[in-house]
Design a binder for this molecule. Sequence first.
Ligand code: FO1
Length: 309
Amino acid sequence: MRIAVLAGGVGGARFVQALTEVLPPSDVTVIANVGDDLEVHGLHVSPDLDTLLYTLAGFGDRERGWGRAGETWNALDTIERLGGETWFQLGDRDLGLHLVRTEALRRGEPLSSVTEKIARAVGLELALLPATDDRLRTRIRTPAGEFEFQEWFVARGHRDRADEVVYDGAGEAGPAPGVLEALEAAELIAIAPSNPFVSIGPILAIEGIRAAVERRRDRVVAVSPLIGGRAVKGPADAMFTSLAGGTGAGQVTDCYKGLIGALVLDVADADDAEAVSERGVRPLVTRTLMSEPDARAELVRTVLGLVPA
Ligand code: FO1
């Protein structure tokens, strides 16, 4: 079964990993967020693409959720000693990837093409596509001012209330090669349990992608990133409160208004299923915590069950 997945970093990577435990990886195309990309020490870093790459290739750091397992930090120590900026931590192993990518981008190679080469080099069999090859950057408006995504998320520890999320460049950005084709060809489009505002939002802010998802709405299923109204990790719940007015399943459904046919909810949110169906979306209730193997398998069965055999 061909499946296209819209995904952010950690939640997206775990979800795709769960899918490929059941489906042949060659059936899966991942369309990844690039809104939190940044330049660090002159290097282009694509945190969500890299979390997907590392996790799916089996060398991601499971505890941190980002970067590589068994990482060392010698370069970072040197940077610190020399008075450079160290708020965004790049490990020695991780640095190699950023060097290769940055060099290719400077030569004029598109992000999608260098990502494909890196994915093949680390042995991935699925297609990993950045949502766009164009510049798209998420910015967060807060009472303390407006910040680039990583400045808000990492440097300021996402403590400032998010009053608005801005997708800078989305209006001019086009889908990367292969993205629309994957969305058209997919028997199922899944939206991973990633943060709808900062992980999925930037992908859907690209008009061509949004329209393609909208057209296939009956075949689109989203997985809620909230369990019992709380995020497993990160600021999603706080963002739901400030940006959507609450952390219920109704608010999650509203984030994907006109775009999804079904929403997967955790059993802890079963009482909220009616808020989903009231909005014309089919609620599917199952366990969604992907750290538990049984729940992971159940989640994948539920998602794939949306497609008639
Ligand atoms: N997250 C942090 O909280 N602190 C860091 O220093 C940090 C460095 C980093 C380096 C490479 C990379 O691929 C990811 C990194 N992340 C770091 C994670 C990243 O900021 C976020 O998890 C994602 O952007 C949100 O999806």
